[in-house]
Design a protein around this ligand. Sequence first.
Ligand code: PBG
Length: 334
Amino acid sequence: MLVRPRRNRASSGLRALVRESSVSASHLVLPLFVQEGDDSETPIPSMPGHARLGIKRLVARAREAHGLGVAAVALFPAISDAKKDPRAAESVNPDGLLQRAVRALKQALPTLVVITDVAMDPYSSHGHDGLVDGGRVVNDATLPILAAMAVAQARAGADVVAPSDMMDGRVRAVREALDTAGFTEVAICSYCVKYASAFYGPFRAALDSAPRASAEIPADKLTYQMDPANVREALREVALDEQEGADWLMVKPGLPYLDVVSAVRAATALPVAAYHVSGEYAMLKAAAERGWLDFDRCLMESLLSLRRAGADIIFTYGAIEAAKMIAKRPTSFL
Ligand code: PBG
């Protein structure tokens, strides 16, 4: 036998030398949920370790993450039903929850990158990401609402705005509105390739943002989020978002769509982000609670797989646990 692949696996030093991918905390984005009541904290049962946090606690959690090297947080607000309406008017309130949270974070942690979500669903009474009219989620009339939301977030200090709604043309609408308002330096992370996935369940429960059943419109997002069966369609979205001025392109969910991450990586020179979503985190936590899986190691293996597939940036609810693992064992979690 002349060829023995095992020679390169014989010691930890050799394995480190030939290792092709790595995860560092600087690639990670920690999504956080924010709610009213500065010092409040409401645990999210399907996402152990995560809670809806009042702004004071949000800043403390972000400080912990940033201290461990986590580069960024992505914010999602829990809006009370009383403030929801069909046009998501609360989303542009300069003193609204999200805008206050952004200001508090940027003031306390100026080097932390703050990413905000641009979509109507946390603010809309119907739970859809766009305007509902005549039994449909209408595209073009939604664009000015998204653009205004992005400008309000930029004004509060967001570094990156992230349209997650999947309306056609929204990246361009957001870019033009930001530039007109003078925010040429605010970047756009486009949720470019976002599938209509059941893995978002725990997230929607956390925010009470699921589309609501009504006679007017079905309680699903199938007319705007992508069909999980498709990958060529992802490349159309990539081409469009590049032309429209996106700075990062995201694939979401993560692990079940590694082939898509890889295809998007091959199709663009832009940074690629992958979102290891709420359901993926919940699966690992649930199995770990039963003693069936080692959470930390399965998390690191998941993140490494996303990096291997081509993701530069990873949004993960496990960012703090991962950063601690990396600090403890910088060369390998195995
Ligand atoms: C809202 C939005 C969703 C997620 C991020 N932004 C839910 C949805 O599209 O219904 C899901 C994140 C997760 O599951 O972790 N537009």
